[in-house]
Structures are given as C-alpha cells and as structure tokens.
Design a protein around this ligand. Structure first.
Ligand code: ZN
Length: 402
C-alpha cells in the first residue's frame, strides 16, 4: 500500500438512514458517501491489517468463508471507485456548470474568524431583534414595496449576496471546521455567488442547518444596515436594495432549487442527495406496483414519506414554473427567429439602425430562449435518468452552497 491509499480515512456521516453511513474526503476536495462495510474495509487496511487477516475476521463475523483474494478484489474496486470520484471535479454539482473561486480559503478564514462572534447566541438574538425592528419600521412607510432599481442599488445587492456567502463560511468556522473558497458560479442560467462549505459534512445535522442558515443570517444583517441607513438618509438605491434582499431571501428558502431552503430540508430529514432521491423513490414504487421484491428504502418510514412528499412538491413546482414560463414567453420564442433575421439584416445593410435598445432586446430574448431550452433539457435528462438509474455503493454528497 502506498501513502496515497493510506490517506483514505472515512468518518461517520450524520443521516437519518437506518444504517450508519460514512463519508470520505477525496484528494480533490470532493466528499463521497461510503457504506459501513466500505468504511470498515478502509479502516482495517489503514490499521495495517493484511487482506488475509481481514478475510479471517470476516469469515468469523459473517459465518461464511471469505478468501484473502476476495478482500483484495473488493478493496481494489473500492479504491477505483473513490478515484473515479476524484476525477469528476468537486465543483461539478448538479445544475452548476461553471465555478470560479475568487477568494481563496486562507482569505475566507481570515475574514470569517473575527465574525464568528456573530454566532454567539446572545449576539445573534440582539442582532436579529434590532434587524427585525428596523425592517418593521422600513415596511411601515407608505409605498414600502416600491422597487426603483439603479446601478448603485445593484452594487449594494451584490455586496449583500457576498456577505451571504461569508455567512455560510463563518458559521462553519464557528463550529471548528475549515471553509473553502468563495467565488461565482452559474446555476443553470443564473449567475450566483457560492461558498464551499463541504467540510460541513463532518458536522451533526443541527449544526449543518445552522451553516445553511448562516448565509441568510448575514444577508439579513446587511439588509437591516441598509434599511437603517435609508430611514436616515432617504437615499433611493438603499430602498431598492432592501426590497431586493427581502424578496431574494424568501426565494433562497424555496427548497425546489438547490439553494439554502433545499439544504435545510435535506439536513432536517437527514437525507443526502435529496434532489436525486426521486429516482430511488420512483424505482422503489415502480417495483412495488409491479409486485416485485425490492430493496427496502434506507430511511425510517416517516422520513421516506417526507422524501416522497418533497419529491412530489418539488416536481410539481418545477413543472409549474416551466409551463408558466413557456406560456408567458411562447410568443417571444416564436418571434425569436425573425428577430435574429432582423439583426442580420441590420448588420449587413450597413445603415446605422443598431440602436442600444435593439441590442438590449436581442440579449434579453436570447437569454430567455436559452433559459427555456435549458429547462426543457433538464426535464428530458431527468426523465432519461429515471429509466437508467442504478443504485451505487458510492454516492457523492455535494455540499457547495449558494
Ligand atoms: Zn446560501
């Protein structure tokens, strides 16, 4: 065994599954989920036992003959699987197809360290009460939900989103785990900030929920600061920023998309890769309906019912968003080819008819058409996966958060 292989040390993963699960951090920072037997095998090898010794132990434990050769083959297969997970990059999360780390982890740690005080219960309580009072005063004004965006308000909003990510990282730090970098990513068609808090897998579920809420906590503190400043200065960009932050906070709590609300539900239920469980549930139900014997679901009944309900609600919501989007945008999609034709015509006739407004329209329409193609692609892909799904020993519980 070389040094590389000895570095495969797994730890207990907090889930609601009936059997204790384990996880392991690969060399490229990705976390993979391991079964109890995979964990035991790795531990035995790490402890310096030979394959023959492990086989002897297994023979007495399982009451059937296990050969050293079988153990060697199983171990090789396991290492190969872990290695294959290392190749697929850590940042390749479902829905994320582009990530760019801007702030390295050392810097995030430096910024987050003094801010961990904000997670002391007494400080958090005082801050939240003050913020609630300011926002109540803000919403109490006439026409408080008006929204007049400007460049300045957009910059303020971005700053709020940035602190949101710092909040996730700081929450993780306050529990003694190391955060990764902060950067920007593309989630489907939406550019987002992200914070790598994968180390949160080492935490108990309740602390993971605090990490998930940490982003919103910081974002709402910034919102309170903007609100207070607005009440004093009446500067309009602050007003627009407060409204945008409040609306986006509600949006991040929607558990349908892979945002904070999703992670909160996932940790509450103790189900890893919750968004992929529709496949597990559907295959399970399909076998049941067809009277076939099938592997029992890994969770207690109550959790299975909750996972099923979550799946149902999220699929229905996603279908609703997609059909609403399509119905609203259908005329634009049909008009898109002629718009492009118009653009080509204007480009080739050399007359100065390329106005800024026209270019803006082209960009907006292109964005919308691509958004819809993306959404359709996602649905087809999901459908395809349902038919192709295979339950594997190794699952990759992704944990970067937006
Ligand atoms: Zn977040």
């Amino acid at each position: 065994m070389d040094k590389d292989e000895q570095a495969l040390t797994s730890f207990r993963l907090a889930t609601s599954e009936n059997v204790q699960q384990y996880a392991l951090k690969t060399k490229n920072g990705a976390y993979v989920k391991l079964s109890a037997s995979a964990h035991a095998l790795l531990q035995a090898v790490n402890n310096g036992l030979t394959f023959a010794e492990i086989a002897a132990i297994m023979t007495t434990q399982q009451n059937k003959s296990v050969a050293a050769q079988d153990v060697a083959v199983a171990y090789e297969k396991l290492v190969k699987k872990i290695k294959s997970q290392e190749i697929s990059s850590t940042t390749r999360l479902t829905g994320f197809w582009f990530t760019w780390t801007i702030l390295p982890k050392a810097f995030v740690k430096k910024v987050g360290r003094p801010l961990t005080r904000l997670f002391y219960p007494i400080n958090a309580a005082l801050l939240l009460i003050s913020v609630a009072a300011i926002i109540a005063a803000f919403l109490n004004q006439p026409d408080s939900w008006r929204f007049m965006p400007s460049f300045a308000s957009f910059a303020l909003l971005l700053l709020g989103f940035f602190f949101h990510e710092v909040g996730h990282a700081t929450a993780l730090l306050s529990f003694g785990e190391k955060p990764g970098g902060i950067g920007i990513a593309a989630y489907w068609i939406v550019p987002v900030f992200f914070s790598d808090v994968s180390a949160g897998w080492r935490l108990p579920r309740l602390q993971r929920i605090v990490v998930a809420l940490g982003g919103l906590y910081f974002q709402i503190i910034v919102c309170g600061a903007y609100g207070g400043l607005y009440l004093v200065t009446k500067w309009e960009p602050l007003h627009a920023a407060v409204v945008a932050i409040l609306v986006s906070s509600l949006f991040t709590l929607l558990p349908v998309f892979k945002m904070d609300g999703y992670w909160i539900i996932s940790d509450l239920l103790g189900v890893t890769n919750l968004d992929q469980q529709r496949l597990t549930i559907l295959t399970h139900l399909w076998h049941k309906i067809n009277d076939r014997t099938t592997k029992a679901l890994p969770w207690p009944t109550l959790i299975s019912v909750a996972v099923f309900s979550y799946t149902l609600v999220s699929v229905v919501t996603a279908v609703y968003f997609l059909t609403q989007g399509l119905a609203l945008r259908w005329p634009h999609i049909l008009a898109y080819p002629s718009l492009i034709f118009d653009l080509l015509q204007r480009l080739t006739t050399k007359t100065d008819t390329l106005s800024f407004a026209f270019l803006e329209q082209i960009i907006m329409e292109t964005y919308i058409v691509f958004a819809i193609i993306f959404a359709l692609f996602w649905f087809l892909r999901t459908g395809f996966h349902i038919f192709k799904h295979r339950w594997s020993m190794l699952q990759k519980p992704n944990m970067s958060r937006v």
